[in-house]
Design a protein around this ligand. Sequence first.
Ligand SMILES: NC(=O)c1ccc[n+]([C@@H]2O[C@H](COP(=O)([O-])OP(=O)(O)OC[C@H]3O[C@@H](n4cnc5c(N)ncnc54)[C@H](O)[C@@H]3O)[C@@H](O)[C@H]2O)c1
Length: 297
Amino acid sequence: MPVPPVGVVGLGQLGGSLAAALAASGRPVQGWDVDPAARDAAAARGVQITRELSGVVVLAVPLTAMATALDGLAVDADATVTDLGSVKRPVLETVGTTLGKRFVGGHPMCGTERSGHTAVDPGLFTGARWALCLERGTELPRWLRVAEVALAVGAEVVPVTAAEHDDAVAAISHVPHLLAAALAAAAGAAGPLALALAAGSFRDGTRVIGSDPAFVRAMVEGNAGPTAAALDRVREQLARPWAELVADGHAVATRQQGRRSVRVPLERAALLSLGRAGGAVTGRLAAFVEGHVPEHD
Ligand SMILES: NC(=O)c1ccc[n+]([C@@H]2O[C@H](COP(=O)([O-])OP(=O)(O)OC[C@H]3O[C@@H](n4cnc5c(N)ncnc54)[C@H](O)[C@@H]3O)[C@@H](O)[C@H]2O)c1
């Protein structure tokens, strides 16, 4: 079966990296960005710059631009539209409401604190988890079409609902961004001596707050409820005796985890169970997907 073309709207770090990776593999890739420099950089990597998009159309613009990203673009009526936004419920409520069954939300769990087309890395998705939303109304053939794009650039697909995704990333992404900001602000208040002595643990703990503040703000404010709940859970942890807390945190961070190969039928409930178990899809067979789930000692 011929693979459909991919159209990428927003050719910055994430979109430019996706377009570059697909173009390098010989796949037809169309793309558009409001920034002429991003368009030129993508064109130099083999992306056809056009406002006419078809196949799988990927919205890779900032969260604040998602709802209007397709304005002024001609999108084929058969196209399946997905997005790479870091929060899924707000995009489902805006873009998903407009496009209905043509929309499948997604979020690759990769990227750095850099932004724009100068941060493009065609290897960005290799080995990354890519959350892909399976809502009640999601059409499985469209979900599989988007999953195929993620697999094509070396990612592993995690089936989720938008609500489950937002709760999960609050704990592992949005709270870490706020904690990094709090650490940096507290160290700043501690004075120049503390900042002069800051080394590895401070650098690692504050790395993500080097991201564009507008990006971080859109992310945490767009997922305010789950992020506040996850932050409360961190406060509860901080109130525990330090020895217990350090031991428990160390145990989670150093837990040895194997994996077991699985085959999962192409069916919503089974796919979502795989995601909830911490598993991921790594390939597609006729009536199954293949993947793995974690095994604990
Ligand atoms: N940076 C990360 O670590 C990361 C990780 C996963 C997902 N995401 C998500 O991916 C999306 C893109 O993030 P990024 O880091 O690539 O941002 P970026 O700033 O690097 O790139 C965004 C690009 O979109 C373009 N753009 C803005 N409005 C546009 C519009 N209306 N039409 C066309 N192009 C437009 C900008 O010119 C820019 O080139 C965001 O929704 C973000 O939440 C980011």
